[in-house]
Design a protein around this ligand. Structure first.
Ligand code: G1P
Length: 269
């Protein structure tokens, strides 16, 4: 069973500047809750019991958002503003499930995942990227079911246009069975000309703890960052089974300004 999840939140959110300069992009609203709450609710609904949030000192405001503010509650109590109190209390639904881990400098996704190494106790864990919101279907829950059936690693995938290929990790696969691809290898942000397919990796991964040693042995990529994609390739080459699940929920890209604006439109329909 998958009971633990890692959510990396320490990134600088440069694609959403200047809006993410002070406010972490994960705290931007998307419909009736923040981007982060969409992710946390998906995890809880998928049966996750412990969520490790990897943040940086600069993003401590995320902790402030999720933890109670006694001063504010007292003020609202005096004003008998029960409606606002309820809204704040609602955030406490995560209280016993979340734990914060600090990543001191932003060294990329692979490094953020490594920071959570000692926290993970089970053989497999869920990794969710907050740039990628999926609504109308709990993608993590679906992937956990696939993992339970095949005992393999699972990544989420979606077919993208040629013009979008260079923004994603792309999947090379041997076979497509219904909505699942048998992964042969992964390539991080290829040009559309060199891409093995149009199936992109979307930010949901069920990974074995073996990924940690694989990350430790992975060389830094061109941007000086350890890529999770390279570490997964290492596992695939060493005969670890990886399936890519083509999810049927609606994908809301919250990783760029255009994507975020389009996501707002879609969620408000
Ligand atoms: C990361 C992954 C990439 C994946 C993408 C999904 O890229 O490295 O493989 O396709 O998330 O959003 P990033 O968005 O951090 O550049």
């Amino acid at each position: 069973m998958i009971k633990e999840a890692i959510i990396p939140l320490a990134g600088l959110g440069t694609r959403l500047l200047p809006f993410s300069k002070i406010l972490p992009k994960e705290l931007l609203p998307l419909g009736n809750k923040t981007i982060l709450e969409h992710i946390l609710d998906e995890c809880l609904d998928a049966g996750i019991k412990k969520i490790f949030l990897v943040i940086s000192k600069k993003k401590k405001i995320i902790k402030d958002y999720l933890y109670p503010d006694p001063y504010l509650i007292n003020y609202l109590k005096k004003k008998k503003d029960n409606k606002s109190i309820r809204k704040l209390k609602n955030l406490e639904r995560y209280k016993n499930k979340i734990k914060f881990i600090y990543q001191n400098s932003p060294k990329g996704l692979g490094d953020a995942v490594l920071e959570a190494k000692s926290a993970i106790k089970e053989k497999f864990f869920l990794l969710v990227l907050p740039d990628d919101i999926i609504i109308k279907e709990n993608c993590s829950k679906k992937m956990i079911n696939i993992h339970n059936k095949y005992l393999s690693s699972v990544i989420a995938s979606k077919k993208v246009k040629n013009s979008e290929i260079s923004r994603y990790g792309i999947i090379k696969y041997t076979k497509k069975i219904n909505n699942n691809l048998i992964v042969k290898s992964l390539i991080e942000k290829p040009s559309s000309k060199n891409s093995p397919s149009n199936y992109a990796i979307i930010g949901r991964y069920i990974l074995p703890t073996k990924i940690f040693s694989s990350l430790q042995n992975t060389k830094k990529g061109s941007l000086g960052e350890v890529q999770i994609t390279d570490a997964m390739n290492h596992l695939i080459y060493n005969d670890n089974k990886f399936l890519a699940h083509i999810f049927s929920g609606t994908y809301l890209d919250c990783g760029t300004i255009n994507g975020y604006n389009n996501s707002l439109k879609k969620i408000l329909i």
